[in-house]
Design a protein around this ligand. Structure first.
Ligand SMILES: O=C(O)CCC(=O)C(=O)O
Ligand SMILES: [Fe+2]
Length: 275
């Protein structure tokens, strides 16, 4: 297995391994690389739906996403797709999946199934590098704080997606979510400090109103993207990306209007988060 960095502080491309038949030792190396670098990209994989599910179970458990459509044959596989006539995509702004859950999903295994002729890249940003780069006064200001996260404003019947042409593709409009997590978490495996707020799902700092919270959250969001901690993936047939939701934010580019894009996603179960 060879690893090549995708950017100075985020992402690795891993070659020389077939995900569908990797050994336990390779699996452990892959996990460690993802915990550390945030996202790993694998090219030219032969990875059927069954391989996808087997791999997710081997990792340690699958969370079924409550909002995305599922494949007809397998409830474990969520379909992240955009039709040629749709203008809004899934995940088209910087976010962390599932931070609205009490025990947020560890990450995702995303497989390219049908790609537009060009565009449709995905970006990640490393939240360990983001935390490290914060000015000391901002680090002091957020020490010990917790934040409230929910997805209700995004997915409910009159939420953000329902007001767009993506609304028709989603489920779960009547679900209620909400969770409190530290603003700075420690990675459960590497122990690294990570900034754990995101503009999609973080509503307020605990003990403060949304209005009182926004200036601080905005300063954190602005500081979290340093350039060096961002990487960008250009998908090709056979590309698989696996990312860690604790270590990274991600952002799906919406620049292929008029074309179809379909990805298959397995969401990997996570563990409780702590400061
Ligand atoms: O379509 C993509 O590249 C990623 C979409 C997304 O945000 C997700 O699957 O969580
Ligand atoms: Fe996402």
């Amino acid at each position: 297995m060879q690893t090549t960095p995708m950017a100075p502080e985020c992402g690795v491309e891993i070659s020389g391994v077939a995900l569908a038949s990797c050994s336990d030792a390779e699996m452990q190396d892959i996990k460690n690389a993802i915990y550390e670098h945030g996202v790993a990209v694998f090219r030219d994989q032969e990875f059927s739906k069954e391989d996808h599910i087997t791999f997710g179970k081997r990792w340690g458990g699958i969370d079924v996403n409550n909002y995305f459509p599922l494949t007809e044959d397998y409830a474990e596989i969520a379909v992240v797709k955009k039709d040629p006539d749709q203008t809004v995509n899934i995940g088209g702004d910087w976010h962390t999946d599932h931070s609205y859950d009490q025990i947020p999903a560890m990450g995702s295994v995303l497989v390219a199934r049908e790609l537009p002729p060009q565009g449709g890249d995905t970006m990640w940003a490393h939240m360990g590098a983001a935390y490290d780069a914060l000015p000391q006064d901002l680090k002091d200001e957020i020490e010990g704080l917790e934040a409230f996260h929910t997805a209700d404003h995004i997915y409910k019947a009159d939420g953000l997606y329902a007001q767009t042409d993506m609304g028709r593709s989603l489920r779960g409009h009547d679900l209620k979510t909400g969770a409190v997590h530290p603003v700075v978490i420690r990675h459960p495996h590497t122990g690294r400090k990570l900034l754990y707020v995101n503009r999609a799902f973080t509503i307020n700092i605990v003990g403060r109103t949304r209005e009182e919270s926004l200036p601080l959250l905005q300063r954190l969001y602005d500081a979290a993207l340093t350039g060096d901690n961002e990487c960008r993936l250009q998908w090709k047939p056979g590309t698989v990306a696996i990312w860690d939701n604790r270590t990274t934010w991600h952002n799906a580019m919406n620049d292929y209007q008029g074309h179809y894009r379909e990805m298959h996603r397995i969401t990997l179960s996570g563990e409780a988060l702590a400061a």
